[in-house]
Write a protein that binds this ligand. Structure first.
Ligand code: KG4
Ligand code: ZN
Length: 340
């Protein structure tokens, strides 16, 4: 088996350009993220064209810096892993073309990685050795999915969101509350000052499909409440609303994850994606897993949001399993969880 001692990871699916160098699959030697948040903030969200341009300006420099920090020359690399989707097509193409050009010039293999699978592998970066099977809850700005993880590269999608992703709901509610962009982390902080029981908000009941999620009704309820109170000239307690919203989302995510683990007879739970950085979700899931006797794996908050270390790690396992991609590989902006 080839060793793949040095792997370069590249991530450019949305508004973060990232490069990482991973040694032997789990020793992180460099992990650089150039966030474009400041660039997009004035627009209240990511502008795809600007994202692509910024990725082009940053990516090569970031790779050189990562190599320098890791103390490795590019010609010592054994393989490259790059996000190929889901994400913004122009943004993805920057990372993918860069990976291909480097792999070609260095005559080393490269693999495209499903960005969501990358999120899952953030758990392998810092945690102890993780065994299968696991129930995975992947919660990000674009996805909310419950999965049965049976082995490296062997996953079953149990259910996902029918409308908004959990992170998307956080961002939209935060924007309505005037908390700015990106809203998730700000709402998380504000919620700690509020009363989670102050405002009663609806929970979507999807009886025919226990593993699916729906957050658009909750988001609409928050918007309607804000409008109604504004019309009546009543000032809203933003911290109470943030806390009530957060409690609602985290309770749904936690209950379904624990129920899925029980239903599938799996006693290990894994969280991944940007929303896995949420303080209340981490707390609630830890308490629920503890009560049920389940083991919980959580990436460190810095590895929950988009980064290239997780892509390098997922790529390491793909390369080791013999996967190689050709020069014709295309970006897959709508790549689903079921094709992980
Ligand atoms: O995984 P990620 O970095 O990008 C995607 O693949 O989408 O996730 C970004 C999402 C955003 O919606 C952001 O608001 C949310 O994760 N997020 C959080 C927190 N940190 C990031 N949501 C709630 N609480 C947080 N602490
Ligand atoms: Zn992501």
């Amino acid at each position: 088996m080839e060793s793949f001692q040095w792997i370069l990871g590249i991530e450019s699916s949305c508004d973060e350009t990232a490069a990482a160098i991973l040694k032997e699959g789990r020793i992180l030697k460099a992990n650089l993220v150039a966030s474009q948040t400041d660039l997009h903030r004035v627009y209240g969200g990511v502008v795809p064209e600007l994202a692509s341009r910024q990725h082009m300006e940053s990516v090569n420099l970031l790779i050189d810096q990562a190599a320098e920090q890791a103390g490795v020359r590019l010609r010592d690399l054994d393989g490259i892993a790059v996000s190929r989707g889901p994400g913004l097509v122009g943004a993805l193409l920057v990372g993918l073309s860069t990976a291909k050009a480097l792999a070609y010039s260095l005559a080393i293999p490269y693999v495209g990685v499903n960005h969501m699978e990358g999120h899952i592998y953030a758990n392998w970066l810092t945690g102890p050795d993780i065994s299968f099977p696991l129930i995975g809850l992947i919660v990000s700005g674009g996805h909310t999915a419950l999965m049965l993880l049976e082995g490296h590269g062997s996953y079953r999608l149990l259910g996902q969101t029918r409308d908004d992703a959990a992170g998307e709901a956080y961002d939209k509610v935060a924007r309505t509350l005037g908390l700015g962009y990106p809203g998730g982390p700000v709402l998380d902080r504000l919620a700690r000052e509020g009363n989670p029981e102050a405002i009663s908000l609806p929970v979507a009941r999807l009886r025919d499909d226990p593993w699916s999620f729906s957050f658009s009704g909750l988001k609409t309820a928050v918007l309607n409440l804000m409008h109604r109170l504004a019309e009546q000239g009543i000032a809203i307690d933003k911290a109470d609303l943030a806390a009530s919203f957060q409690e609602n989302v985290c309770a749904t995510l936690t209950e379904k994850t624990i129920a899925a683990a029980a239903a599938y007879g799996v006693d290990q739970v894994l969280l991944a994606g940007g929303v896995a950085a949420n303080s209340r979700l981490r707390q609630m899931m830890a308490a629920a897993c503890d009560a049920a006797g389940f083991t919980l794996y959580l990436p460190e908050p810095a590895y929950c949001t988009d980064n290239a270390a997780m892509i390098a790690c997922a790529g390491y396992y793909r390369l080791r399993a013999g996967f190689r991609d050709g020069w014709d590989l295309n970006a897959a902006p709508a790549l689903g969880m079921d094709s992980v």
